[in-house]
Design a protein around this ligand. Structure first.
Ligand SMILES: [Ca+2]
Ligand SMILES: [Ca+2]
Length: 183
């Protein structure tokens, strides 16, 4: 599913959002994160998802603090999924996970203010096990389309862990070892 914000609302069947400063306007999502005073944005899903991403522009009002993206995984709780550097300009950033998540929360990665925009926020729900690879294919299709347009960087990460799904939290591989950039 993709929320284009083209009617200046968030009105998807499975998606809702709670945000301190964010608003759908100008055919995109415009938002500001900060730690003092606290400004966060949380996307919530009615059913578990395994993929999330969108076209990010962090250039408004300067580079800012970057975006830390945490996801609430069904059996593992909150985990950092990826961090978007403040240099991102019209770049697709997203992640796929091997465990369903029901929320994605944006906070400032460095604590400083970050003003940003998103367009074409995309997400995918938990597939049957046999179709998991197709999900990846679908997101890769999105990446491929962006690549063809040549209008942005491409960053896709694998966010969650088999160890986490099995409940072995202490055996999690560091996130840095799991990130798979398919740029
Ligand atoms: Ca739009
Ligand atoms: Ca900014």
């Amino acid at each position: 599913m993709t929320e284009t914000f083209n009617d200046n609302t968030v009105n998807q069947t499975y998606l809702s959002v709670a945000s301190t400063a964010g608003v759908a306007q100008n055919f995109q999502w415009e938002d500001q994160l900060d730690s003092s005073p606290l400004k966060v944005t949380t996307w919530s899903f009615a059913i578990p998802m395994v993929g999330f991403g969108g076209d990010f522009d962090l250039s408004p009002l300067g580079p800012g603090g970057g975006i830390s993206m945490d996801a609430y995984f069904v059996s593992s709780g909150w985990l950092n999924a990826l961090t978007i550097p403040n240099s991102a300009v019209d770049a697709f950033y997203g992640f796929i996970a091997d465990e369903g998540f029901t929320q994605v929360r944006f906070t400032s990665a460095s604590g400083g203010q970050e003003t940003y925009e998103i367009d074409d926020l995309s997400y995918a729900w938990v597939p049957e096990p046999s179709t998991f690879l197709l999900l990846g294919t679908g997101l890769l299709g999105l990446v491929a389309r962006r690549r063809q347009t040549g209008d942005g960087g491409l960053f896709l990460y694998r966010a969650c862990l088999g160890a986490a799904r099995a409940g072995a939290r202490s055996e999690r591989v560091p996130q840095a070892e799991l990130n798979v950039a398919l740029a």
